[in-house]
Design a protein around this ligand. Sequence first.
Ligand SMILES: [Zn+2]
Length: 170
Amino acid sequence: MNQVHGDGVFEITSIIDEPTSDALITTVPGIALAVLVADCIPLLLTSQTVVGAVHVGRRGLVNSIALKTIEAMKKLGAGQIHAQLGPSICRGCYEVGGDLADEIHQTHPAATAITTSGSPSLDLPQALIADLVSVGITYEASGICTVENEQYFSYRRDIITGRTAGVVWL
Ligand SMILES: [Zn+2]
């Protein structure tokens, strides 16, 4: 994906190069969908007949990209959907300004947190999980922090860095 922190969901029916989107879904067996991240959440959604790969950062949380992807999967006939949240920046590391923290709190109270040094931060995984649970989605979350674990790329830690891929297929 050419990820733009937008809210568009793109259905893949054949292999194409870098669709501009933050969420890909497909019903075609054998086509692998990939999301690339360095601190944002790589969210993989699976069901018997439809799968999805979603890029969930702060803006993706606010514009409900995950819920929009779930709706699109259901329109394609998905039954029970299961979510997997890959490694991402944790609440202890994701420091943000107080104004931004207050703004996100309005729509996502579960995102409210403080860093290990006591400044305002966001808990993206908890906020995403709250959204998923609200629509009956089961989930597993990695719990690994990309900033603290050098096996993963982290924009916050390194600025110039690679990306970790989350990949899903039917
Ligand atoms: Zn951390």
